[in-house]
Write a protein that binds this ligand. Structure first.
Ligand code: AMP
Length: 357
């Protein structure tokens, strides 16, 4: 544990949503403090953090004061403006690093990086205008999905192209943003693997979970995923390869499609991930503590799973399920968001379904 953060040190977190909240709780268990930087008022993390700065990402003075008040900086979302990173990076270390952020912020960079590592991705092409899109549809074929290169999440910024006739509307949906066309993958399942790496280069992975999305938003994660042992090993090895290639420090979520030709990487998220919430009740050291351990330079938990879990997201009116769930032995995790809105992640429920075999 050379260069590890001592008890009482402060971790700066960019973003004050539910991920920042659960990271703060995990940090506090280890005797560490968190300081949240968040433009919005009353973020979920503010309830449990040691300090909160409410300021925009272009407020250089606020960024500077924030960075000076913490020992290390991490983040709970990947769309942090580069200009903010320029300010912060000069003052305190940021984990995961700039390369990880740049790679995951842009789907074109991300897919190119993954292919260069020898991993399978959906066939893809850069689309900046109608001519590019016609050429891309010719090469990749249909069905396909047009996705904005940057700022997409939870299925936003995406348009399905069933046939070439859908091209104009799909391009219009991009609202002028540059995009990538992806061939549609006929997957048998979607899984994700949550992996961690610390500054010593130690890597630890959790068991892959099987994800079901509804309207582009994660609905459930079931662990263990229904995977052959060899695909499970593939998932672990490919995640470790990605972390090593990025000289990564922290937790990463890697989303994968399961196909007859093996695993295809959909996307990587350089942060704790919704599909890793099951670890809170399935593992001794969950993904939030694991991330804090990694950025603080502590030894990692080994990622082993003691229980099988089904994680269910509570989106919008799903909050109505809480009273019933509270009568059972389900673990309820709520984010303290006052306003219920359609599509808003309000909390999640982890149901332990048995001891891990
Ligand atoms: P994403 O925002 O890229 O994670 O996409 C959201 C969801 O859309 C994924 O979880 C998949 O269910 C689906 N999806 C995205 N890309 C593809 C693809 N190339 N082929 C098939 N389904 C996809």
């Amino acid at each position: 544990m050379s260069n590890h953060l001592p008890v009482g040190a402060t971790i700066g977190i960019l973003g004050g949503g539910q991920l920042g909240r659960m990271l703060s709780v995990a940090a506090s268990r280890l005797g560490l403090k968190t300081h949240i930087f968040e433009p919005g008022a009353n973020p979920p993390a503010a309830d449990v953090a040691h300090a909160v700065t409410t300021a925009s990402y272009d407020d250089v003075a606020a960024l500077t004061t924030f960075a000076q008040s913490v020992d290390v900086i991490t983040y709970e979302f990947e769309n942090i403006p580069t200009s903010a990173l320029d300010v912060l990076e000069n003052i305190k270390p940021i984990h995961p690093n700039r390369k990880a952020l740049a790679t995951s912020q842009d789907r074109l960079t991300e897919k190119t990086f993954l292919q260069d590592l020898g991993l399978q991705t959906a066939p893809f092409a850069n689309v900046e205008n109608a001519v590019d899109l016609t050429a891309a549809i010719d090469t990749i074929g249909t069905p396909a999905i047009l996705k904005t290169r940057t700022m997409g999440y939870d299925g936003k910024g995406q348009a399905r192209i069933k046939s070439a006739a859908d091209a104009d509307q799909a391009l219009a949906d991009m609202a002028g943003a540059t995009a990538v066309l992806e061939g549609f993958i006929d997957f048998s399942a979607e899984i994700s693997i949550i992996a961690a790496r610390n500054p010593d280069g130690a890597v630890s992975c959790y068991d892959p979970g099987e994800n079901v999305h509804v309207n582009g938003i994660l609905s459930t994660t079931t662990v263990p995923a229904n995977l052959t042992p060899s695909l499970r090993t593939d998932a672990v090895l490919l995640a470790a390869g990605i972390l090593n290639a990025l000289d990564y420090v922290g937790v990463m979520g890697v989303e994968l499609f399961v196909t007859p030709n093996g695993l295809i990487v959909n996307e990587i998220a350089p942060r704790v991930h919704n599909s890793g919430h099951w670890t809170q009740n399935g593992c001794t050291i969950d993904q939030f503590e694991q991330h804090i351990r990694a950025v603080a330079g502590w030894p990692l938990g080994d990622g082993s799973r003691h229980s099988d879990v089904v994680m269910e997201n509570l989106i919008g009116d799903d909050m109505d399920k809480v009273p019933e769930a509270a009568k059972t032995n389900a673990a309820i995790h709520l984010y303290g968001k006052a306003d219920v809105k359609p599509g808003r992640k309000m909390g999640h429920i982890n149901r332990v379904t048995g001891a891990a075999k």
